[in-house]
Design a protein around this ligand. Structure first.
Ligand code: GLU
Length: 428
């Protein structure tokens, strides 16, 4: 079934907005800073298409459950839709639509030839066995077969999915198409067309963004303290790199809570969520604090790298960090953003900070099309170059228009998208 996106304006509601409400408010706010045809802004408030599918699953005991899956395709003026597939109980058409909008901006800020998409299944992945996850993924790939493809819409891992999920998706799609088509998804294991460095890329770009921000505000990484909420791939890789580059990571957390050592944690010794789930609290550290407290620590850099909506109007006044680098997608609500801006806390937005993931996805897509794998060194060198170019483009807007980093990133993205729309025109 294809649902028509609602044409209604999202009404402001309480602080814990859906991704869609936040994305639309951010778009409206950014539109005031850029000279773009209001018709383009109006078009960008609505996704092109939101696909909803039923995904039946035969459980290991022979019973059948039916889950709902989605694929939101926001805008493809600059290239195929691109973005993750999320397995999480809160996945909905609305959430996927908001997240797909962020992907449109993210790809445009990074100047990648992609638009924005996002999808997923409303399911608790922890409640599935590996065999069940495989069957669910294969059936989902079949249900989405008409709307995805290397030149149409290219999914990738997101919350609750990983490289293996992408391998199953690619295999199911390829078998039905009658040929191996690795470029239908990115984030695959390197042995089946994945890119070296893709897994670490969102954490690497988050670390690069933190490093550049520290430098921009005339500080030295070797005198910088960092707290990281979330020790999955993004948080752990960002923390490890920042430590390698001289920063002191004083606190990290997982879903159960945080460990804190003002003198610095031995960050490389803490297993990531993927290496050993929920291992943070089992580590030796002088202090254990809560997931709420880690956000309020008096550090130089705070990296929320777990889930969305963790910095809200309720705690924005208590954020003591000078720089927030968004490793997760949407960790700061619209209301919190305004408070942080008034308090002169620099927020480096998700669409720039964690964009290493989709950037290396682009490299993977190029490698798949060319059937030629890049070395890890080449991936990391080109990622660094892309990040520094995007950083410079956004910084220019920050300086020229005296904007917050998020608004500046939106201005860069919107200008590119609007120019492409104006050049292609509206048809018919
Ligand atoms: N899910 C990731 C994100 O939110 C990556 C998307 C991709 O690589 O296509 O940026």
């Amino acid at each position: 079934m294809t649902t028509t996106p609602t044409q209604q304006e999202a009404e402001p509601d309480d602080d814990l907005d859906s991704a869609l409400v936040t994305a639309r408010r951010q778009l409206e706010r950014a539109a005031t800073h850029v000279d773009v045809d209001p018709g383009v802004i109006e078009r960008l408030k609505h996704p092109t298409k939101v696909q909803q599918v039923s995904v039946p699953l035969e459980r290991d005991d022979g019973s059948v459950d039916v889950f709902t899956g989605y694929r939101a395709q926001h805008d493809d003026v600059r290239g195929p839709y691109k973005g993750g597939l999320r397995y999480h109980p809160e996945v909905s058409a609305e959430e996927c639509t908001g997240l797909s909008m962020w992907m449109t901006w993210k790809c445009a800020v990074m100047d990648l030839p992609f638009g924005g998409g996002k999808g997923g299944i409303s399911v608790d992945p922890k409640a599935l066995t590996e065999d069940e996850t495989e069957r669910l993924t294969r059936r989902f790939a079949e249900e989405l077969r008409d709307v995805v493809g290397p030149t149409k819409d290219v999914p990738a891992p997101d919350m609750g999915t990983d490289a293996q999920t992408m391998a199953w998706f690619m295999d199911a799609y390829s078998m039905q198409q009658g040929e191996t088509i690795p470029g239908v998804v990115t984030g695959k294991p390197p042995v089946v067309g994945g890119s070296y460095g893709r897994e670490e890329a969102p954490g690497r770009s988050t670390a690069i963004a933190a490093r550049e921000a520290v430098d921009y505000y005339d500080r030295d990484l070797s005198n910088t303290t960092v707290a990281v909420q979330g020790f999955g791939s993004v948080g752990a890789n960002a923390a490890r790199l920042l430590e390698d580059w001289g920063a002191t990571v004083v606190a990290v957390s997982d879903v159960n809570g945080a460990i804190y050592d003002p003198g610095g944690l031995a960050i490389h010794e803490i297993p990531t969520h993927e290496e050993e789930p929920e291992a943070v609290l089992a580590q030796d550290a002088p202090e254990t604090i809560s997931n709420a407290e880690i956000l309020e620590l008096d550090v130089d850099v705070l990296i929320p790298a777990a889930v969305g909506n963790v910095i809200t109007a309720d705690n924005a006044d208590a954020i003591a960090a000078d720089i927030v680098v968004e490793g997760a997608n949407g960790p700061t609500t619209f209301a919190a953003d305004t408070i942080l801006e008034e308090r002169d806390v620099a927020v480096i937005p998700d669409i720039l900070a964690n964009a290493g993931g989709v950037t290396v996805s682009y490299f993977e897509w190029l490698q798949d099309i060319n059937r030629r794998q890049w070395s890890l060194e080449r991936v990391n060198t080109e990622l660094e170059e892309h990040m520094l170019e995007a950083w410079a483009d956004v910084r220019e807007e920050v300086e020229e228009k005296d904007l917050a980093w998020r608004d500046a990133a939106y201005v860069v993205a919107l200008s590119r998208i609007a120019e492409a729309k104006a050049t292609r025109g509206l048809w018919p």
